[in-house]
Write a protein that binds this ligand. Structure first.
Ligand code: ZN
Ligand code: ZN
Length: 534
């Protein structure tokens, strides 16, 4: 995608070490008007050592005094530098950062919107009462079934409509279907379609940074519901203005829903769904309200929110390990196919939002069904070479076909139990490094791709080369493992014949330092013993 290859300018670093680097003898006395250095980036800042090396080697363009001056002026703007450093260490980054380059400012204090807190808390309490009524069968069984069916139908307004059709333009649909999807979206109660699409486009463009409305770097609660309970980060407001919404603004149906959303919501989401059980099978109006409205709404909202939270944290990253979104089977089940989120962020315009139209992708299956009958056309997908190149280049090697055994085993679960993809806590052991905000953002629709990113011949050549290199690395590792196994076996055999004190020493090493240390020390002992025998 376009944002993957760009050039970034580092104005300066904040550490004293970096100043030292600029003040080395070869830098002193040099003069230049430039106090900046440029480095290629894949969205991640270089490490301090890399930066220092680059600065030192780049002495012809670097003026130490000017650099120091600019450095100090920038440092004055860092109010909580130590705190940022602490957080960076906590999340495993050694990357030097500046306020202007911080993707996520962990010291930002959000204002709580108490009206929303009270509203969502009340909604959840009523939803739990609805769940209780449904679960213990206080209401008619038809009301429960009808509510779950309605939740799935309204969910299609979100997944097929708002998400894949409007936010990503992944396919085209007939007018009747667009109107039905708009109605179903109103039923789901997730704000008007215009706002939903704007927030979602922004989430993709500036993913996992402060310009992302539900930045997953801020933790599960924030990305799940917290973002709706607090004031927007200034970067969300600033970058939100950059989102192109002209296609939706040109659609009179969408703008009608935006203008009259509250009224439409009251009619279609509240009164409509609750009156049907009362009219058709004589349900109590109160039970109908709590089950067909509160319970359904809470279930639907949490299903959608889990895509923003769980599907950005718990799972594997076969297509791109540098981003937070993951492949999460559990979320795919509750959100009708939206849990294959690592793929979706890598190829947002793909109508399947997954590499395959699997059974755990109800929305993808429905789109295919409607396309078969001519109601949907122009479905966009990423080509197999596009997918293959991307996963070989940036994946975590957990892909079922092009991954490696090592990559497929690199995951953990909460308390290390039930190590299976359906476990909602099943997650990769690798954590993406924090990233900075890119003004151009990630590509949202296919039209934003460069020609070279779509050329099948170029992609195929690149994929073949990457696969060849991966296989080479694998065979080298296999060879190394064979040697290691033989050596371990040899040491074990020798150890049995070792004098008691030496054998004890090897065992101590094993207990204290792990397998690798044992290998080295054990080997030394074997050598020592050989020498003494000779
Ligand atoms: Zn996402
Ligand atoms: Zn999306």
């Amino acid at each position: 995608m376009g944002a993957d290859s760009h050039t970034k300018t580092i104005t300066c670093s904040k550490t004293a070490e970096l100043i030292d680097a600029t003040m080395t003898p070869q830098n002193k006395g040099q003069s230049s008007s430039s106090a900046t250095t440029t480095t290629s980036s894949t969205g991640i800042l270089p490490s301090l050592t890399e930066l220092r090396e680059e600065l030192v080697s780049n002495d012809s363009t670097l003026d130490a005094q000017q650099f120091q001056k600019q450095f100090l002026s920038n440092c004055n703007g860092i109010a909580h530098e130590t705190e940022v450093d602490k957080k960076m260490r906590q999340i495993g980054s050694h990357t030097p950062i500046l306020p202007s380059e911080i993707g996520t400012d962990f010291n930002f204090q959000r204002g709580i919107v108490w009206k929303n807190v009270i509203g969502f808390a009340a909604l959840h309490v009523c939803g739990v009462i609805g769940l209780h009524l449904a679960f213990w069968q206080y209401c008619d069984w038809r009301t429960t079934l009808y509510s779950i069916w309605l939740m799935y139908m309204s969910g299609q307004g979100v997944t097929m409509g708002a998400h894949r059709l409007w936010a990503h333009k992944a396919f085209k649909a007939k007018l009747w279907l667009r109107v039905v999807l708009l109605w179903l979206h109103t039923l789901a109660g997730q704000n008007c379609l215009y706002v939903w699409v704007r927030d979602h486009r922004q989430h993709h463009k500036y993913s996992d940074t402060d310009a992302d409305p539900h930045n997953a770097n801020r933790g599960f609660f924030f990305s799940h519901i917290g973002w709706l309970l607090s004031r927007k980060h200034p970067k969300v407001i600033e970058y939100g203005k950059k989102i192109d919404m002209s296609d939706l603004e040109a659609d009179p149906w969408i703008m009608f829903q935006k203008r009259h959303y509250k009224l439409l919501y009251t009619i279609f989401a509240l009164f409509g769904p609750t009156s049907i059980p009362v009219l058709f099978w004589g349900e109590s109006p109160l039970y109908a309200l709590f089950v067909a409205f509160f319970f359904r709404t809470i279930l639907s909202l949490n299903g959608t929110w889990s895509v923003n939270s769980a599907a950005h944290m718990f799972g594997t990253r076969p297509y791109d390990k540098t981003i937070w979104p993951v492949e999460n089977m559990f979320v795919s089940f509750v959100a009708m196919g939206e849990g294959w989120h690592n793929y979706h962020h890598a190829f947002p315009w793909d109508y399947r939002a997954s590499e395959y139209g699997t059974p755990l992708n109800l929305t993808g299956v429905l789109i295919d069904f409607l396309a078969k009958h001519g109601h949907i056309w122009d479905r966009k997908t990423a080509t197999s070479n596009m997918v293959k190149t991307r996963l070989l280049r940036t994946g975590d090697k957990s892909h079922h076909t092009y991954g490696t055994d090592e990559g497929r085993k690199a995951f953990k679960t909460l308390w290390n139990i039930w190590r299976h993809p359906t476990n909602p806590t099943y997650t990769s052991i690798y954590t993406p490094k924090p990233k900075i905000i890119q003004s151009e953002g990630y590509a949202l629709v296919e039209d934003e791709l460069k020609k070279s990113e779509m050329d099948d011949d170029i992609l195929k050549r690149e994929a073949d080369e990457l696969l060849r290199r991966q296989k080479e690395e694998e065979s080298q590792k296999t060879e190394a493992n064979k040697i290691y196994t033989k050596l371990s076996q040899y040491i074990k055999e020798q150890q049995q014949e070792l004098p008691e004190d030496l054998a004890q020493q090897v065992n101590n090493n094993q207990a204290a330092n792990g397998k690798a240390k044992l290998n080295i020390d054990g080997n030394q002992n074997v050598i020592q013993r050989k020498v003494s025998v000779q």
